[in-house]
Design a protein around this ligand. Sequence first.
Ligand SMILES: NC(=O)C1=CN([C@@H]2O[C@H](COP(=O)(O)OP(=O)(O)OC[C@H]3O[C@@H](n4cnc5c(N)ncnc54)[C@H](OP(=O)(O)O)[C@@H]3O)[C@@H](O)[C@H]2O)C=CC1
Ligand SMILES: O=C(O)C1=N[C@H](C(=O)O)C[C@H](O)C1
Length: 233
Amino acid sequence: MRIALLGYGKMGKIIERVAEERGHSIALKVDSKTTTLDFSQTDVAIDFSLPTTAVKNIKAALDHNIPVISGTTGWLSHYDDIVTYCKSKKGAFLYASNFSLGVNIFFEVNRVLASLIANYPDYELNIEEIHHTQKLDAPSGTAISLAEDIIKNSNYKNWTLDEADSNNIKIKAKRIVDVPGTHIINYNSDVDSIEIKHTAHNREGFALGAVIAAEWIADKKGVFNMKDVLNIG
Ligand SMILES: NC(=O)C1=CN([C@@H]2O[C@H](COP(=O)(O)OP(=O)(O)OC[C@H]3O[C@@H](n4cnc5c(N)ncnc54)[C@H](OP(=O)(O)O)[C@@H]3O)[C@@H](O)[C@H]2O)C=CC1
Ligand SMILES: O=C(O)C1=N[C@H](C(=O)O)C[C@H](O)C1
């Protein structure tokens, strides 16, 4: 498979290595200096760029009839536009706030835990995410996915960043040098606490999941997520 890397930063470079180890080649590398996007030698595109550039990159791939997956976070206010755009182009698109197998298992555990605790209001919920200091968006895309899944499985109506409000899920975002990504869900009552935690030790899991998703989407049409790719849940 010939892959376009839309974004060639920390993630793009690891994805390049993982993709080559799995027998793929890199047809195009795009960074802030790239002026034209030539998709002529590309089978599939992988976007790990910036919150401000993801929409343009995804649309460019769809314009050239290239299936595209995106792991970029912080652009989700445009998600519905991209879904409409993909359908209008009869293209293929997949977004995942987190491509790692471990986090996708963690998403399932979070959904079950939220539904089990939903009828016990004595537990106060907090989400905490910790990432490296270069991260541009807060809260993380993964923390937003976790909060949205809790909202679907509980009485919570919304989430807020750092503000305590008993109707909303409070997400705390910490930035610490070199942390690849940690997410903690904590339910706290006067008598006990229940906590689930996912810790990424490095970025390899994100990169492997992205390459597996790119392999999966290459011959598809439609809008997908990681539940379609992974056999879990
Ligand atoms: N879904 C998931 O599993 C994961 C998602 N992420 C997300 O992926 C994104 C990228 O993360 P990361 O690699 O760490 O970030 P980096 O900042 O290391 O890389 C971003 C890259 O985007 C490039 N870029 C800048 N402008 C454009 C443009 N117009 N088109 C394409 N690329 C451009 C930058 O270029 P230059 O080098 O020239 O500045 C850089 O190479 C973030 O949103 C992050 O949150 C990260 C890890 C896992
Ligand atoms: O910016 C990162 O590094 C990461 N971003 C994703 C997110 O916002 O959830 C996924 C992962 O946690 C690493």
